[in-house]
Design a binder for this molecule. Sequence first.
Ligand SMILES: Cc1cc2nc3c(=O)[nH]c(=O)nc-3n(C[C@H](O)[C@H](O)[C@H](O)COP(=O)(O)OP(=O)(O)OC[C@H]3O[C@@H](n4cnc5c(N)ncnc54)[C@H](O)[C@@H]3O)c2cc1C
Ligand SMILES: NC(=O)C1=CN([C@@H]2O[C@H](COP(=O)(O)OP(=O)(O)OC[C@H]3O[C@@H](n4cnc5c(N)ncnc54)[C@H](OP(=O)(O)O)[C@@H]3O)[C@@H](O)[C@H]2O)C=CC1
Ligand SMILES: O=C(O)C(=O)Cc1c[nH]c2ccccc12
Length: 403
Amino acid sequence: MMSRSTRRRLWVPGSVIVGAGPSGLATAACLKEKGIPSLILERANCIASLWQHKTYDRLRLHLPKNFCELPLLPFPKDFPTYPTKQQFISYLESYAKHFDLEPAYNNTVVSAEFDEGCGFWRVRTGVGLKGDQETEYVCQWLIVATGENAEEIVPEFEGMDKFLGPVVHTSSYRRGDCFQGKSVLVVGCGNSGMEVSLDLCNHNACPSLVVRDSVHVLPQEMLGRSTFGLAMQLLKWFPVRLVDRFLLVISRIMLGNTAQLGLPRPKIGPLELKSITGKTPVLDVGTLAQIRTGKIKVVRGIKRLMRNAVEFVDGMVENFDAIILATGYRSTAPAWLKGKNLSSEEDGFPSKPFPDGWKGHNGLYAVGFTKRGLLGTSMDARRIAEDIEKQWKVRAVQFQGLC
Ligand SMILES: Cc1cc2nc3c(=O)[nH]c(=O)nc-3n(C[C@H](O)[C@H](O)[C@H](O)COP(=O)(O)OP(=O)(O)OC[C@H]3O[C@@H](n4cnc5c(N)ncnc54)[C@H](O)[C@@H]3O)c2cc1C
Ligand SMILES: NC(=O)C1=CN([C@@H]2O[C@H](COP(=O)(O)OP(=O)(O)OC[C@H]3O[C@@H](n4cnc5c(N)ncnc54)[C@H](OP(=O)(O)O)[C@@H]3O)[C@@H](O)[C@H]2O)C=CC1
Ligand SMILES: O=C(O)C(=O)Cc1c[nH]c2ccccc12
């Protein structure tokens, strides 16, 4: 271990932001607009590493662009309603450039702790890939922007070590060309599992999709509008259960009975379930049609893996060449954020319900942990900057008083 004496200590005026994804960039921009400096620490070597390094090629935003733009800078006018991954990344790059944001890359935060003695945060980074020096940053405000998708969830299955083919998470999947003609088991039926199954199908692979329980599939658009936009509009006037009932009636007319395809719906409606558990409904971009044609097969939960086959809970056994885990992600903040400043739970999500989760204790903030995608990010970023501005102004007055 590196001795304490070799660790640099740096004072950061303003705030330290951990993570240079959309949430970290949006908050830094909102602060900058108010004249408040910040330092962004990013473990990867680029901004938006989730989008640049961990997503498949065919990805597009699945909500219309007006729900996904960050504060203060709209998307370019010529972007389509559902921008591609590349367009979204280029928007984020120009966003960083516009606000002159220069994150400190290859800096993984390994611990952050509030020092009661001095009243500041101590934020430590580990030794970087290039053997960079360990550093302790000392600051008044700490903004956690490491995301809900910081780490892949990789489930354990009986016999996992026996399966001979590749087993990869969707974060490593780019496109289906290398799976042409192969039988591929996609585990998990969230938006990733659904879209990767469709991509495999389009590359002439034979995907099977594991649906172990239930899932809400909604059309991406209904009545000539985006389902999400329509839902947001209706929620202004009607209670969530009524809006859910409406969405389910239209979905039934447009998609038929999904349970007959092996995709039973949860008892709770899609928007209510999203707000209680964070589970995002699937917005169908063509997968259902391929399930209907039989090109994508729906299978039950996994019982165990064998050398080149999988046994399912209903007793069926089938051969597979590869397995893709579309089993989602988790936050890693609980591993490095010491104390119970933000959440009382182990999942690292704010304990205060939406929309109040952005503010913790002792100058701690969280952005992008609303389970409401980029819309939640924008709301958090604005609120955090307004809150810090108030304290910043008080400090400026105190400073003037001293002079
Ligand atoms: C495939 C996919 C598609 C999506 N599509 C949409 C969509 O269409 N619309 C929508 O609203 N949402 C979508 N989302 C949700 C997604 O969470 C947001 O789009 C967005 O990326 C969240 O931004 P973020 O900055 O909070 O987190 P991230 O984008 O995950 O950024 C967090 C950053 O923090 C860094 N980091 C993590 N830990 C540390 C550490 N210890 N030290 C330093 N840096 C660290 C990471 O490297 C990363 O760069 C999608 C998610 C996925 C996985
Ligand atoms: N185009 C877009 O904009 C896209 C957006 N996204 C977003 O990215 C985020 C992450 O999505 P995603 O990667 O799909 O993750 P999710 O967490 O949404 O879905 C994970 C899925 O894996 C299943 N699962 C987990 N463990 C197991 C297991 N052991 N056996 C069988 N099934 C299992 C879950 O089932 P269960 O429900 O039973 O737990 C669930 O269906 C979401 O917010 C999503 O909306 C993702 C892809 C595309
Ligand atoms: O893509 C995501 O994961 C999102 O969280 C976006 C989102 C927020 N609320 C929703 C409700 C229905 C579908 C998508 C979302």
